[in-house]
Design a protein around this ligand. Sequence first.
Ligand code: ARG
Length: 458
Amino acid sequence: MKLWGGRFTKPTNELVDEYTASIRFDQKLAKYDIQGSLAHVNMLAKCEIISKEDAEIIAEGLQAVAKKIEAGEAELTEVNEDIHMNIEKLLIDEVGAVGGKLHTGRSRNDQVALDMRLYLRDALVALSQQLLDVQQALYKQATENLDTILPGYTHLQRAQPVLFAHHMMAYVFMFQRDLDRLADSFKRVNQSPLGAGALAGTSFPIDRHYVAEQLNFDGICDNSLDAVSDRDFVVEFLSNASLVSVHLSRLCEELVQWSSAEFNFVELDDAFCTGSSMMPQKKNPDVAELVRGKTGRVYGHLMGMLTTLKGLPLAYNKDMQEDKEGMFDTVETLQGALALFAPMIETMDIKKDNMYQAVAKDYSNATDLADYLVGKDLPFREAHAVVGQVVLDCINQNKYLLDLSIEEFQNFSPVIEKDIYDVLSPEAVVNARNVAGGTAKNRVEEQIVTAEALFSKS
Ligand code: ARG
């Protein structure tokens, strides 16, 4: 007989059991469900709703069930629908009818909301640590490449040279925003819904704060209807995870480009690439591609959850059972990606000479020629036009700016002097961007110091 079978006259259709059961996926919540039940049963005893003796029997029973589930010895069934009722059933099998006192003053509606929050709390801590590891790997590449110059791009056309360290630090700051967002969302996850009952609260004299304290929550959800209906914290997580995925995916795209023969800027370590079944020469950046590809499923889960919630009246609706798979999959997808990312970044070989050649054989110092003319009092718009002519002429002659003789320069503008050659070298161009946040070496060093302060805080 079902735990809720009292008012039914027929067994459930087998397909209904299969269709409505969540045990297949919500067994991931087992540990949290038991953690919550232990706090609940302690509270029931403290508030003299059940006896201390009964509470002890139930607590021991729960520990025994936890061990069995962990060891894979517990039978979790679709007939018992979800992890909550499976555990309650296992408990009753373990300790007898007294196990049936556990659910006093509680509903699966507040119970599942609690489990989701406990799970996500742990996931946020774990993911933040992994993000930190990725940041550290990027930071290390930055500190080792403070003299490595590569083309910076806009429209994927060479624009102005930048330090490779600067490029790495851009991602460090992106991931910092992700970390900040996860930390901020933690506050909203860390509120206890337990005690909301099915929707309206409970008639038992429970102590919601005591439960919340035992479980290290910052406080309790203020409104019982909201407590059981709220899945904002899931949406918020999926949204934050989507941004993490955007950042990972953009970096992946760059790694894929950079490791092509056309760019040839980096070589990913053999341990993080795969081969081809047909073409013996191939070394493919599969990890970077797959991390880029898995972004789609994370966005999908976000849209799925938003759509599931949109038409739901208060309070709990079975639709909300759909909150789980997307959240679990997102956590696991990110964990998988981040675990590979830190070592992949750390071990990649930076082809400094190729990067430098790409800057030297290029017109990405054109802005600096224009800026030089502005220094000689030409309005920037006129300087821009002059340099446009110079570049066009160089392209026609198959030359770069630094190949021009001083006479050739002076044909375009008589104010150009020999010091122009010092201004146009890649190093000079980089170091000229000596503005806060710019790519000049000392400015990138400042960014590194800023990042170090962030790391030491977290
Ligand atoms: N398995 C359900 C879920 O994940 C648990 C809550 C069910 N509550 C109910 N009244 N049917 O949402």
